[in-house]
Write a protein that binds this ligand. Structure first.
Ligand code: BTN
Length: 269
């Protein structure tokens, strides 16, 4: 049995990180939200490669201002990026982050899929979510925060009933507890590889690989935004990661954002 405390393990982990994306790792037992802390630090000038990690979050945030339930057992991490890219390419970062998480989960012998744009799922249930926040000054990108929440060892009883039904964890899928820092080591290895490709502008390769994990393409889906709902067959993503939908009434529509609902999983009651 490993008797080391979380603090000892996290300081060992930080010391042993091989050179790569992570320049500074800040580990917390409990935070309101790693994305909020990362944004504060980025505004104060924190360098690219600053990473905020928490064991729990009090006010974890999801897409569309939803709450991301964040009990102990999950991995909650936010990465500060300052890529020198055309701001139009930012939409590829959540796509890439989903790919990184999917590949990390796959390394445990599972078969994850990605629901557009960036929900990572196992056996049709959500295992991880990604929240990207960025700031553009003038026409340049100041910072990007990539926030990732992964249900690693979450005990589903700690989640509300509706979330419990639609989510799963790495622990319940593989049947054994996953060591927090082992997961992070694998995750950062994948992230390094992805970010290297991203900086070399290998955008098409990233999209192609994302497609190989997609469980959205080929499906009849509904895209829901606060203003509208549109239905059609998802048939491709373009070079920016936007979804192409073939609709009956409006022809081909390009979807920039929204909630993606699968028709075969909708609750019609
Ligand atoms: C989603 O709605 O699917 C995105 C969830 C993103 C949650 C992560 S957990 C780490 C980071 N900090 C936050 O407050 N949110 C993101």
């Amino acid at each position: 049995m490993d008797k080391k405390s979380f603090e000892e393990k996290s300081s060992e982990f930080s010391k042993n990180l091989a050179v790569g994306f992570v320049k500074k790792l800040l580990v917390f037992k409990n935070l309101d939200s790693t994305n909020l802390t990362a944004k504060d630090l980025a505004r104060d000038g924190a360098e690219e490669g600053t990473v905020i990690l928490a064991q729990k979050q009090r006010k974890g945030r999801g897409r569309f201002d939803r709450i991301w339930q964040s009990p102990k057992g999950g991995v909650y991490v936010s990465l500060i990026l300052r890529p020198h890219i055309n701001p139009e390419k930012v939409s590829l970062l959540p796509i890439g982050a989903a790919l990184v998480v999917a590949k990390t989960i796959e390394s445990y012998g599972l078969h994850p899929t990605i629901k557009w744009p960036n929900d990572v799922r196992v056996n049709g249930k959500k295992i991880a979510g990604i929240l990207l926040e960025s700031e553009i000054k003038g026409d340049t990108l100041n910072y990007v925060i990539v926030g990732i929440g992964v249900n690693v060892n979450i005990d589903s009883r700690l989640l509300s009933a509706d979330i419990r039904l639609r989510s799963t964890s790495l622990k319940s899928e593989i049947g054994t507890t996953v060591e927090f820092f082992d997961f992070l080591r694998r995750f950062f290895r994948e992230f390094d590889a992805f970010y290297h490709r991203f900086k070399k502008e290998q955008y098409d390769e990233i999209i192609e690989e994302w497609k190989s994990y997609s469980d959205t393409l080929g499906k009849v889906i509904r895209i829901q935004t606060s203003l509208a709902s549109i239905q059609g067959t998802a048939f491709d993503v373009d070079q920016s990661g936007f979804l192409l939908l073939r609709t009956e009434k409006e022809g081909i529509k390009k979807i920039l954002s929204g909630d993606c609902l699968y028709f075969d999983e909708l609750d019609h009651t």
